[in-house]
Design a protein around this ligand. Structure first.
Ligand code: ARG
Ligand code: ZN
Length: 849
């Protein structure tokens, strides 16, 4: 039986809370199947309220008793919460409820993971713990008493009392319920200390399961670096005497910034050189920074409502990307971020799930923790900074922290500080938050009498529910190069505000070569008719590292498109240019490794679709294989030199320098393996003493069809390490041939180590299948069928992860009629499932269109 259509909520319907909370006291009597939560909440009527209804959110709670000012009440209970009649003066509400953490497979609210109690309350999970006004604009001071027999009992804030079987915590900073956290279990800490610049001595801990205590050192260093960086760059200090991080194996997302008690997916905090790749280390450093930075951008200043999610997420992603740029290489970080933005956010913006960075409505907020809110949200901050300049950005941020500390804010508040500091009208800039879709920026150029002119036109395609789009303000960073490669015009930011607009550069001796959208100064698709020769020139000479990389990428893409559409041979211009680039020892090895990458199958499918072709996933895969093989023949010699020259002999360090060398030597290994059938990779697999080298070698062996022994050896070596076994699951699927992708996923889903309740393992299996488009989009429809089957199985257990993974289908309109019919049938099958969650219903309905 299907529930009634889920109800949407609208930004325009916002009303202030009827009651505010002065303080809340919670007692937890922990028991796996019957935890009691006793609450005592001091309310006061909100002078700004528009009504006096007393409603508390609450889901799946068994109410034992409730009282107001000490007198028992019998409130009205609905599936969403509780209503009662209350005095029109301050009063105390008390309740005792029972919940079942052991049965909570949705991993939202209070749940259990490997015997440990753990919470996830963002966005609306607190209502599964007790009755409460579960909205971010209700902020309060929390005191928590935990009773239970676990040796470690943690909550937010400072520890105020501890004894046999109990602990008490007090968080002096008012916070919304989504930042509440509780952890209880048999945990071991990796301790350290940090002294803030004003002299506060902070106790730091990373708490892990026994056996994992050797995997915390890197995360702890990352935390201390983050604390220093936020003091130095943003002037933000930590504000409690203790900062705890806990690693948990079963977690829907990456991590969570609960006040003073961050909770992490263990894959985003645990590391050792033997078990983690360089990429894992970089990601861990970034996520630790991200969650720590939320202490100011998210916790001290939070969101008024969930429509404002980008206020904290866009800004915090922007801050963590600045941090990574400072710790490592800024150009490499920028290029990697743009690769990711295009792969996930442009894809989203181009399909049925497109939504504004600040959505105007939603059914289930968990479905809006998206690349658009996070990554495009961060791009908007970057654009704003570029438009106002570094100094004004700094002033605006200081004003923001000063004015809004302790408040729950909106995008309007955010833009207002910039408007005040700069005197600039940001009404047009605000469109970036309100209108979905990726602008297409067309440019043509003209040279006459020493004047060079760029003519731009912008146009944003319609997105669901938004047919008309308005011209945006677009910062376009441009530099000009002379024929010898010298820069004749340094980078200048052109500010485009009209639908069509021209910009001129005067006094030039000859026609320059333009380098447009340097550093990817705006999240747009740049369209320009140009020549291979010009691209090769920019790849060789551009002084802007992003555009240098971009030129190589465009050259590769155009060649691949010609191969796919016209059966052309691999482009010799690309092969030569990439060879020159690869052996250019003045270039950072990490940059060269990135420039040896090729557009993804999904990028190519979208590019073909944009050109009016119907992408054939198999043909795309074949063209990429053909180009990789041709390239291997062409540059094998260079690859062998690079492999030798960039071996790291020093003890393993996951820093930018060593990671770059390994990235380049492993890119070379992949090239060599196409020629030698994996002989060199087999040697590297044998001798590897770190996961980066081991995994790269195994991946080359799988690619060469010579991976069987390594697959077994890898399993035997790592079967006790769940995070490494996730890699073992995904890599086999990623490297299966398109014919076998679905079989590989299905076989592994039936492996003894598969566990549908663990989101990491589920994603390692089915996420990997979806990341292999030729396999997932196999003409038989077997990939679609398998995914739908497993999503239907997962939905009753874990709606959030199910809903997120539905986005695998979001590109369905690109494909041919036969594939569209197959996908629609699977979408309908999912939608017809009795009792389908609100999360998945919303996603599939939007995708189906
Ligand atoms: N605020 C967290 C972060 O970005 C993400 C948590 C989202 N969780 C969720 N279930 N929606 O750091
Ligand atoms: Zn975040």
């Amino acid at each position: 039986m299907k529930d009634a259509a889920p109800q949407a909520v609208y930004l325009s319907d916002y009303t202030p809370p009827a009651y505010l909370v002065n303080q809340v006291h919670l007692t937890f009597r922990l028991a796996p199947e019957a935890t009691r939560v006793i609450s005592k909440i001091a309310f006061r009527p909100n002078p700004e309220a528009q009504n006096s209804d007393f409603f508390l959110h609450g889901e799946n709670l068994r109410l034992i008793r409730a009282a107001i000012d000490g007198a028992e009440i019998k409130p009205d209970i609905t599936p969403e919460g509780l209503r009662a009649t209350v005095p029109d003066a301050p009063f105390t509400f008390e309740a005792e409820v029972e919940i079942n953490p052991a049965a909570n497979t949705a991993l939202e609210g209070l749940y259990m993971s490997n015997g440990m109690y753990c919470t996830q309350c963002e966005a609306e999970g607190f209502r599964k713990i007790t009755y409460y006004p579960d909205r971010p604009d209700v902020m309060s001071v929390f005191s928590v008493r935990i009773e239970g027999d676990a040796p470690v009992l943690l909550s937010n804030g400072d520890a105020v009392a501890q004894g046999a079987g109990f602990a008490e915590w007090h968080d002096p900073w008012p916070k919304p319920a989504y930042l509440f956290a509780l952890v209880a279990g048999d945990l071991i800490n990796h301790p350290d200390r940090f002294t803030t610049r004003s002299g506060r001595d902070v106790e730091l801990n990373i708490w892990v399961r026994p056996g994992d205590e050797g995997k915390c050192a890197f995360g702890m260093e990352a935390l201390k670096k983050s604390m220093t960086w936020d003091e130095e760059v943003y002037g933000r200090e930590y504000d409690l005497d203790i900062f705890n991080i806990v690693a948990v194996d079963d977690f829907n997302m990456g991590a969570m910034e609960n006040k003073g008690l961050n909770i992490f997916n263990s894959s985003c905090v645990l590391s050792t050189p033997e078990t983690s790749t360089d990429a894992n280390f970089e990601r861990i450093e970034a996520i630790i920074a991200h969650e720590y930075f939320h202490n100011w951008t998210g916790n001290r200043i939070t969101c008024r409502d969930w429509f404002q999610l980008c206020l904290k997420e866009g800004l915090t992603v922007y801050r963590d990307s600045e941090f990574t740029s400072d710790m490592r290489s800024a150009p490499v970080k920028r290029i990697s971020d743009v690769i990711d933005l295009r792969a996930r956010q442009f894809r989203e913006d181009n399909g049925p799930l497109a939504h504004p960075v600040r959505p105007a409505s939603f059914v289930e907020i968990n479905n809006f923790y998206t690349a658009t809110v996070y990554e495009k949200g961060a791009e908007l901050i970057g654009m704003l900074k570029r438009l106002v300049g570094d100094e004004a950005y700094k002033k605006a941020l200081n004003l923001y922290f000063e004015r809004h500390d302790g408040q729950a804010c909106t995008i309007e508040d955010w833009l207002a500080v910039f408007q005040e500091v700069t005197g600039r009208d940001l009404a047009q800039f605000k469109l970036w938050y309100e209108e979905a879709g990726t602008p297409r920026l067309k440019v043509r150029d003209e040279f006459k009498d020493g004047t060079y002119t760029l003519h731009f036109e912008q146009q944003t395609p319609a997105t669901p529910g938004q047919d008309t789009k308005h011209p945006r303000v677009i910062p376009i960073a441009v530099g000009l190069l002379g024929a010898n490669g010298d820069e004749v015009q340094e980078t200048r930011v052109l500010e485009m505000t009209q639908a069509a607009q021209s910009f001129s550069f005067h006094g030039l001796a000859s026609r320059p070569i333009p380098s447009i959208l340097r550093d990817f100064s705006a999240p747009v698709v740049l369209e320009r008719d140009t020549t291979n020769a010009e691209r090769a020139f920019l790849l060789a000479h551009d002084t802007d590292p992003f555009n240098k990389w971009e030129a190589g990428r465009a050259l590769a893409r155009d060649g691949l498109i010609a191969m796919i559409r016209e059966g052309a041979a691999p482009d010799p211009a690309y092969l030569d240019a990439v060879q020159t680039m690869a052996r250019d020892e003045t270039l950072d090895p990490a940059f060269r490794a990135l420039a040896l990458g090729l557009p993804s199958e999904d990028d190519l499918a979208q590019a073909l679709f944009d050109m009016g072709s119907t992408p054939d996933p198999q043909a795309i895969w074949e063209a990429l294989e053909q180009l990789r093989n041709a390239r291997a023949k062409h540059i094998e010699g260079v690859a062998r030199e690079l492999y030798k020259a960039h071996q790291v002999t020093a003890p393993y360090r996951p820093d930018a320098e060593q990671s770059g060398a390994r990235a380049l030597s492993n890119a070379a290994l992949a090239i060599i393996s196409r020629i030698d059938g994996g002989a060199l990779a087999a040697r590297q697999f044998e001798s590897a003493d770190n996961m980066t080298q081991q995994l790269a070698a195994w991946s080359c062996l799988l690619q060469a069809g010579a991976g069987e022994a390594a697959t077994q050896a890898f399993y035997d070596q790592w079967q006790g390490d769940r995070l490494v076994i996730d890699k073992w699951f995904s890599l086999q699927i990623v490297h299966a041939s398109p014919e076998d992708t679905a079989e590989a996923a299905s076989r592994l889903a039936n492996h003894a180590d598969f566990n549908i309740r663990n989101p990491n393992r589920f994603r390692a299996t089915f996420g990997a299948m979806v990341m292999s488009p030729a396999g997932f989009h196999h003409a038989s429809g077997k990939g679609y069928r398998l995914l739908a089957e497993w999503l239907i199985r997962l939905d009753p257990l874990n709606p959030q992860t199910t809903a997120r993974m539905c986005s695998a289908f979001e590109t369905w309109r690109r494909y041919d009629a036969a594939r569209q019919t197959l996908i629609k049938a699977e979408l309908d099958r999912i939608l017809d499932t009795p009792g389908l969650s609100r999360d998945t219903t919303e996603m599939v309905t939007r995708i189906r269109g």
